[in-house]
Design a protein around this ligand. Sequence first.
Ligand code: SAM
Length: 287
Amino acid sequence: MAETDTAPNAAQEAFWSSGPGQHWVRLHRELDTLHDNLTRIVLEAAQPQPGERVVDIGCGAGAVAIAAGQHVGEAGYVLGLDISAPLIGVGRDRAEAVQICAPDFLVADAQTWAHEGAPFDLCVSRIGLMFFADPIAGFRNILAHLRPGGRLVFAAWAASEHNAWFRIPMELAVARLGPAAPGDPHGPGPTAFADTARVIDLLTEAGAKDISAQTVDTTLEVPEGYKAAAELTQFVGPISRHLRDKGGTDADRAAIHRGVKEAFRRFDDGNGCHIPARVNLFSATRP
Ligand SMILES: C[S@@+](CC[C@H](N)C(=O)[O-])C[C@H]1O[C@@H](n2cnc3c(N)ncnc32)[C@H](O)[C@@H]1O
C-alpha cells in the first residue's frame, strides 16, 4: 500500500508494483549493471556535494540513491522515492549493507508527494521521470521540494531509433506480428521525454530556471555477453507488450528472441555486450 495518494498515476503504480515492472525487482542486479553508465552520466552532471540533501525520484531498486550517498557522505542525506512498493523494498534491503549515508526510502507518487522535512539541494533521476500522467504537475511538485537554487538533474531515453535496446527487439516483433496500434508518443512511457524541446517547455511551464538539455551517447552493458542481453529483452523492454497486444504465441516469442540474439551478437566483443544507447540529460534549477 503506497504511503501517499497514487490516483493520478494508478496505472503506473499497478505496472511497477504488480505488473510487468515486477521483472525490475527480480532482475535488479542485471538492470543496474545494464544502466551503470547512466548512473555515472547523471551523477557527473549533478555533482552531489558533501553534506547535501538529495532525493532520487523514480529510484526503483535504489542504485543511484545509494551511489549518491557515497558523494554526500555522513553529513548528507539521501531519500529514494518510488511509486512501487516492491522496488522500494529491494532498496531498503540493499541499504542495510550500506556503510556511508544509507538512503531512506519512501513509497510515494512523485507527482503528488507531500514532504514536510527540510528542502532538498538536489533531485536526481535515472530514467525515472517519464511516467507522470501530468509531467508539468510532476516537475512542479519536485521543484517545490527543492531549496531556492536547488538542482534537478535527470536522464531520459532519447528516441528508440538511437537505442538499439528498444529498436532491435521492436523491429523484430513488428516484422513477426505487425505494427503496434498508434499511441501518444508523449504519453507516460520510456521515450516520453525523447523530444528535448518539449521537455524544456514542460520544465519552463513548471517554473524551472537555468534549463538545459543535451544528448549523450553511451552504451548499455551486459558483461555476460549477447545471449544474456537478448534474454533480458524477454522481460524488460517492448517485446512482451507487443506479444500481448498482438496475441503472440510461444513460437512468436521464441522467433523474436532468436532474432534479438543474432542481432545483439555484433555488440559483443568477447568481453561483454556493449549496446549503443542515447539518453537526453536535462538539468534545471528552482528559482
Ligand atoms: C525505468 S524505471 C527506473 C528505475 C530506477 N531509476 C533505475 O534506473 O533503476 C522507472 C521507475 O519510475 C517509477 N515511477 C513511475 N511513475 C512514478 C511516479 N509517479 N512517482 C514515483 N515513481 C514513479 C517506477 O516505479 C520505476 O521504478
